[in-house]
Unconditional design. Structure first.
Length: 223
């Protein structure tokens, strides 16, 4: 018989297990980054995120502050968009967007000979130039964002966690380098791992901190 059935109890117990296993392994997480790392592990059951998550200086702290200002959040996939906490976004009065499925983006991509993910980043820069960028699937979206930053775009922060084998590690390395040069807050999953689930998990960790909703009860969950 299941020990916990209410969502809030399940989440609390899961985080307790994660912390216990980290403690048993002698791992202490940096205080400011811990909520992000823990939520990535929670979303994936993969403890590799302890070592493969990169944070630029004060990235988590700065991202939280910008979210309290109500900046928009842009994702590269509708899957990541659907995973963002609606209650936290609402409390912070932040909008969240994904343009990948818009007809205009498909037309633009065909006209410019690029991927829809890249075309979506171009269109997003025109609509929400300061929006945070959360990329969990398409390296081309990350490469386009890096190019835009070099050309003057200043997103509030960048979550760089595409998953896969082609241009994935290279796009993350370039994004980290560009963000470091132009002092853009950046959180990246170095190597091949990542995905839309991880992008949403990182954004949610930041949203929950900004909205003071880290306890699931603050999100209206039972238990």
């Amino acid at each position: 018989m299941a020990e916990h059935v209410l969502p809030a109890d399940i989440e609390r117990s899961s985080f307790q297990i994660i912390r216990s296993e980290l403690q048993a392994a002698g791992i202490r997480l940096p205080e400011r980054e811990a909520p992000v790392i823990l939520r990535c592990i929670h979303a994936t059951a993969d403890f590799d995120y302890v070592r493969n998550l990169y944070f630029s200086e004060n990235a988590a702290e700065t991202a939280v502050r910008r979210l309290t200002e109500g900046i928009p959040v842009l994702t590269d996939t509708n899957m990541a968009l659907s995973g963002l906490s609606k209650s936290a976004l609402s409390r912070l009065r932040c909008e969240a967007h994904c343009l990948i499925a818009e007809r205009e983006i498909a037309v633009r991509a065909e006209r410019e000979g690029c991927t829809r993910a890249s075309a979506a980043m171009e269109a997003a820069a025109e609509r929400w130039p300061e929006a945070a960028r959360a990329v969990g699937n398409a390296p081309t979206a990350l490469l386009k964002t890096a190019e835009q930053i070099e050309n003057g775009l200043r997103p509030a922060f960048v979550v760089a966690v595409p998953v896969g084998f082609v241009n994935v590690t290279e796009s993350k390395q370039r994004m980290v380098s560009v963000c470091r040069e132009y002092e853009i807050p950046c959180i990246a999953a170095m190597g091949r791992k990542g995905g839309s689930t991880v992008a949403a998990a990182i954004c949610n960790a930041l949203l929950y901190m900004a909205a003071d909703m880290q306890d699931p009860a603050e999100r209206g969950w039972n238990g």
